[in-house]
Design a protein around this ligand. Structure first.
Ligand SMILES: [Zn+2]
Length: 162
């Protein structure tokens, strides 16, 4: 019986992440027509992201996720963010580096995967544990009320720039 986690090698998939997500990745990528994509993708967890939930680095086949998404109540959000970022890599593979990060190509992939194609998520819909609250000494009240952004920096690594 084939292992459901065969697509991304163990070293490229953080142990803290639920294995069922790895299976979701395979299903999404197959539906997107890039079934081979996961074998080259690395997923990392970051403790340094504050107002960003995830980032995709297309040229490096790398997805970084905010480690706060491991919070118990955040599993569905984690799934959406992983899908969001992987769709950037898939869109880059399918359409090249010149498309807009959250343009129609990317949106179509999110819809195929069954997720709303939203580029940002209102802070009010993000579980409390995910939002990094400022310590009293370093408070930046105005910033923490804003939405958490999902960012793609696909173009930053494009040889063509922009
Ligand atoms: Zn994005």
């Amino acid at each position: 019986m084939p292992s459901p986690s065969a697509d991304i090698s163990e070293s490229r998939w953080p142990a803290a992440l639920d294995r069922s997500l790895q299976l979701d990745v395979s299903v999404w990528c197959a539906a997107w027509g890039v079934a081979g994509l996961p074998s080259g993708v690395r997923v990392e967890l970051s403790s340094r992201m504050r107002r960003t939930l995830g980032k995709a680095y297309a040229q490096r086949s790398l997805v970084r996720l905010n480690d706060r998404l491991l919070a118990r109540d955040a599993h569905e959000l984690l799934r959406e963010v992983l899908c969001h970022e992987l769709a950037h890599l898939a869109a880059h593979t399918l359409h090249g580096p010149r498309i807009r990060p959250h343009g129609p190509e990317w949106r179509a992939l999110l819809m195929i995967a069954g997720h709303p194609p939203r580029a940002t998520i209102p802070a009010c819909s993000v579980p409390q544990e995910v939002l990094r609250q400022p310590t009293p000494r370093r408070r930046r009240a105005r910033r923490t009320r804003r939405v958490s952004f999902l960012r793609a920096i696909v173009r930053a690594f494009s040889p063509l720039g922009r």
